[in-house]
Design a protein around this ligand. Structure first.
Ligand code: VGL
Ligand code: ZN
Length: 212
């Protein structure tokens, strides 16, 4: 089987994580070089018969925003009923330009957009399971029902939503490969190195867009 046939397989999907203005330069939670992934994603997406997107989609008073906690600053950590939560600058508020997918993305054949983090009291880095580790987005059931068993992941940010999605993909029994140069990281206090080792330990593979 040649490479192209592999990616076009009906049991394989590309998951494009949070390719939104909020994570690009000028956005609410800008990731350095975040906009550089757009042309890379546009190059690889046509190779996949199946593409699913995610969209971080927060209410204005979301619990993950530092602004929702008087006296607290962005990038501090607090304890919430479901565990530790990093407080982020306000980003990806429902219906705003910040929450929109980048307009230069050319993935018209994408089949599903999974929104996450839309409950005020609950964050979600993962495309599969929200931060309480119980509330499902329904993505695993959707992919399973469509006979998809292997995922390639790209998007923003490598060390948060991409990593958590890849780890949960493995936990749900999918093969998972991160397309490294189609991602960029936040890298908060060593989070990128920690994310790569957690992914390696869980059997997440890495590749470059040139291999696709
Ligand atoms: C993300 C922090 C907060 C991400 C989303 O997409 O990686 N990170 N919300
Ligand atoms: Zn968020």
């Amino acid at each position: 089987m040649n490479t192209q046939e592999h990616f076009m397989r009906s049991d394989t999907a590309l998951l494009v994580v949070d390719a939104q203005y909020g994570f690009m330069p000028g956005g609410g939670l800008p990731v350095e070089g975040g906009d550089a992934i757009v042309p890379v994603i546009n190059r690889i997406a046509p190779r996949f018969a199946n593409v699913v997107l995610t969209q971080d989609w927060h209410p204005r008073d979301h619990v993950s925003f530092a602004a929702s906690h008087p006296g607290r600053a962005p990038f501090e950590t607090i304890r919430l009923p479901y565990g530790e939560q990093v407080l982020w600058p306000t980003h990806c508020v429902q219906g705003t330009h910040d929450a929109a997918l980048h307009a230069d993305l050319r993935i018209d054949h994408a089949q599903l957009i999974v929104r996450k983090g839309f409950r005020r009291e609950l964050d979600s880095y993962s495309a599969f399971v929200e931060a309480d580790r119980r509330t499902t987005t329904g993505l695993a059931a959707y992919l399973g029902a469509r006979g998809i068993r292997a995922l390639y992941l790209c998007g923003l940010a490598t060390d948060y939503c991409v990593a958590w999605s890849a780890l949960d993909a493995r936990a749900a029994g999918f093969e998972a490969t991160v397309v490294e140069d189609a991602c960029r990281a936040i890298d908060l206090d060593g989070s990128l190195a920690r994310a790569w080792s957690a992914m390696a330990a869980a059997g997440v593979r890495r590749c470059t867009s040139a291999e696709i």
